[in-house]
Design a protein around this ligand. Structure first.
Ligand code: ADP
Ligand code: MG
Length: 298
């Protein structure tokens, strides 16, 4: 993995995301408290923490779903606009902890929807369906097909999204997010419900995305996945950033271990999942599904 990191074709350095002092309160509850986080181009950054730590809420603050109670989020030196649509147009794309696809659209159509913010052809062009419209539509389809190939779903382009197995729905969400041609991709638990093979394939996919020049910020419970993948990992506990550093530093931190060991097992699918991955690798391949019990994605 280290070699892949060093052979990245993009230059690391430019700050893509700069979140400063982000606080999100819901009534009396402070879900996120004073969180600073930067992501630079060429980087894969992990965000971990027990359930309820505020990870998804933080993502929602980065993507315009929530306006932070305090703090500021910049994308490439520009303060983010306050709506999801404009954030996507600015260059940040995301996937959701609870998959959000158009179930009755085909796989290809779902990706085409993701291209929406990048399609220059306007309303009248679509109504009149002139040559410009047809040309733009053909280009969009070509790009969408390319993205399906990239995530390994080209053969299922005409299937309805709802007929895809769970792991492939997650891949489709990634393809749809990439269709907006982002500079930063946010992934909220991309391997939840995946078996060990799918998890490993997702790891490779995230490396490939990074190698395309897209910075990645990823939330995940699967520690093996996170520590393999990420250049840097930040740990959220009860809304606050406990520590941030490279994998070795974070893995070895006593407070991180305590934060995880303090978590009851049934509330920590990540621990169960990591154990299952290990068991599966030691023995045969055991398909499993941790989708049940996933919650509170907004
Ligand atoms: N829209 C909301 N209204 C009220 N409370 C919320 C809302 N969104 C999240 N929370 C609360 O904020 C805390 C953090 O939740 P969340 O960000 O989903 O955690 P994580 O993704 O780390 O599991 C939880 O206590 C959750 O119940
Ligand atoms: Mg969450």
């Amino acid at each position: 993995m280290t070699t892949m990191t060093t052979t990245a074709t993009t230059t690391t350095g430019q700050t893509v995301l700069d979140a400063r002092g982000v606080t999100m309160r819901f009534g009396g509850l402070t879900a996120v408290r004073g969180v600073d986080l930067t992501v630079r181009s060429g980087e894969i950054v992990g965000l971990i923490g027990p359930n309820g730590a505020g990870k998804t809420t933080f993502f929602n603050c980065l993507t315009g779903l929530y306006t932070p109670t305090e703090g500021e989020v910049r994308y490439k030196d520009t303060v983010l606009p306050p709506t999801s649509y404009k954030v996507t147009a600015a260059g940040i794309a995301r996937t959701f902890q609870n998959i959000r696809l158009f179930a009755n659209m085909t796989v290809l159509e779902n990706v085409l929807v993701g291209r929406h913010t990048r399609t220059k052809e306007g309303f009248w062009s679509a109504v009149l369906r002139g040559p410009g419209f047809h040309k733009a539509e053909a280009a969009s389809r070509a790009r969408a097909t390319e993205l399906l190939e990239f995530v390994g779903l080209a053969a299922k382009a005409d299937h309805l999204a709802r007929n895809l197995p769970y792991g492939e729905q997650r891949k489709l969400e990634i393809a749809r997010a990439l269709a907006s041609e982002p500079g930063l991709l946010l992934l909220d638990e991309p391997t939840a419900g995946m078996n060990p093979q799918e998890t490993r394939a997702t790891e490779e996919l995230v490396f490939a995305i990074r190698d395309q020049g897209i910075a990645v910020l990823v939330i995940e419970h699967d520690m093996r996945f996170i520590f393999n993948l990420c250049d840097r990992v930040a740990v959220l506990v009860q809304g606050e950033k406990l520590i941030e550093g490279d994998s070795a530093t974070v893995q070895g931190d006593e407070r991180v271990v305590a934060a995880y060991l303090g978590e009851p097992l049934e509330n920590d699918p990540g621990a169960a999942e990591a154990a299952e991955v290990e068991a599966a690798e030691a023995h045969a391949d055991t398909p499993h599904d941790t989708a049940a019990g996933k919650e509170n994605d907004r």
